[in-house]
Structures are given as C-alpha cells and as structure tokens.
Design a protein around this ligand. Structure first.
Ligand code: DGI
Ligand code: FE
Ligand code: FE
Length: 212
C-alpha cells in the first residue's frame, strides 16, 4: 500500500491472456475474459483504473483448475495458512488464496491492490478497496452467469453503487449457502461450510451502510 505500482502495460495483458487460455478449461477461460472486461467497465464508471481491473479479472481464477491436493500443497509449501473451513473446501475457498500467491510469483504481478483483489474475490473482506469490490462484483455479474437470483437488479445496481451492490451480493450468497447447507444436496457437498470471512464482510458492510 502507499507505494506507487509499476505501470500496467498492454503487452502484459496479452501475455497473461495467452497463459490463462493454456492454464484454464475452455469454460473457465470464457468466464475469465468476461470477468476481466466487466471489471474494466465497472472501473470506468466508478473512477478506478481499468488496466488494473483487467489484470485482476484476467488472473482472478488462475488457480481454479488446480486439484485440491495441489491447492493445499501450494499453500503449505509457501507458509500460507489454511483454515479448517478452507481445508474442507479447497476448490471454492483456497483457489483465491493460492491464486493470489501465483499471480505474484508466477505471473509477475507486483501491485498489492491487484493481489488483494484476487485474494479476497470469493469471500470479500471488511474495508475493501474499490478494485477489490469491482472484482468481487464483476465475478458475480459477468454476462456468462445465469443462475443467481436478482441478477438483473444486481447488474443495474453495480453501475450505480459499489457498496450497495456488494451488500446485496453478500446477502444473497449467504442465504444461498445457508439454504444449500440445510439440505443434503450435491450443491451442499460442493460448497461445504461457510467461511467466517463471508459473514464478517456482510456484517461490516451492513453496519457501515446503515451508518453512512
Ligand atoms: O471461482 P468462481 O466460481 O468464479 O467464483 P468464486 O470465486 O466467487 O467462488 C464461487 C463459490 O464460492 C460459489 O459457489 C460460492 C462459494 N462461496 C462464497 N463464499 C463462500 C463460499 N463457499 C463456502 N463454502 N463458504 C463461503 O463463505
Ligand atoms: Fe473464483
Ligand atoms: Fe471467477
């Protein structure tokens, strides 16, 4: 934080796009491109840097196609702590932590804000930067997403107010995770337990928006 980040070049983005095409499944790569350009458009509307948003979007799921075993070993070998919840659901929760690490060491990102945006793109965190909010929201609203409830409303909201949108997505995500965990469905097994950070982020934005 505070230090000025190196300039993001268009050449970096091209290279990263090629690397992601190789690294990810076709479906995940399509999602990645959609998130990158959705994040850039949100950045333009909200006065953030579209180049940083593109890089963050391009790399946000760079660890998503790794096995659970690989995700755990990346974290263990590099002293990234793994919580009990993360260990129970590496695919959903650890891909963000491992992905942020890889963005730094493998893909050459030095910008802390981009690394944090990747790190917190699944759970959010209290006190998020604009870029962190933009990536979190872009991941949820990109055009390829079809199933979330209130998607039309949330997509319109996203271009007006980042905080209100964040809160709405967190509220819907929590109620989705609660509803699936109360039934023994495939989705419950897929999602596993709630990460306490998701709840914390929700409480933080609920309180800060009520005060504001
Ligand atoms: O990687 P993506 O599928 O693009 O999206 P993502 O990184 O937001 O992760 C998506 C999954 O993570 C989605 O199925 C919802 C789930 N998720 C979000 N918060 C939590 C969570 N899963 C668990 N177990 N706990 C959470 O707190
Ligand atoms: Fe993700
Ligand atoms: Fe994603």
């Amino acid at each position: 934080m505070g230090t000025k980040s190196p300039e993001i070049k268009t050449a970096d983005l091209k290279k990263l796009r090629k690397m992601m095409e190789k690294e990810l499944s076709a479906k995940r790569y399509e999602h990645t491109l959609s998130v990158a350009y959705t994040a850039a458009s949100l950045a333009m509307v909200h006065g953030a840097d579209p180049d940083r948003a593109l890089i963050a979007g391009m790399l946000h799921d760079c660890a998503k196609c790794l096995s659970n075993k690989k995700l755990i070993s990346i974290c263990e070998k590099n002293d990234l702590p793994i919580s009990e919840t993360e260990r129970q659901n590496p695919a959903a929760l650890l891909h963000a932590k491992a992905g942020s690490f890889l963005a730094g060491v493998k893909y050459g990102v030095e910008d802390e804000d981009i690394l944090n945006a990747i790190r917190y793109h699944t759970t959010g965190r209290p006190g998020m930067s604009s870029l962190e909010k933009i990536l979190y929201i872009a991941d949820y609203i990109e055009p390829g997403r079809k199933h979330a409830s209130n998607l039309g409303l949330i997509r319109r909201m996203a271009y007006r107010d980042l905080d209100e949108t964040l809160l709405k997505i967190l509220e819907d995500t929590l109620s989705y995770l609660h509803s699936v965990s109360s039934h023994l469905t495939d989705a419950a097994q897929k999602n596993g337990p709630l990460d306490p950070m998701t709840q914390k982020t929700y409480e933080y934005y609920k309180t800060s928006l009520r005060k504001g």
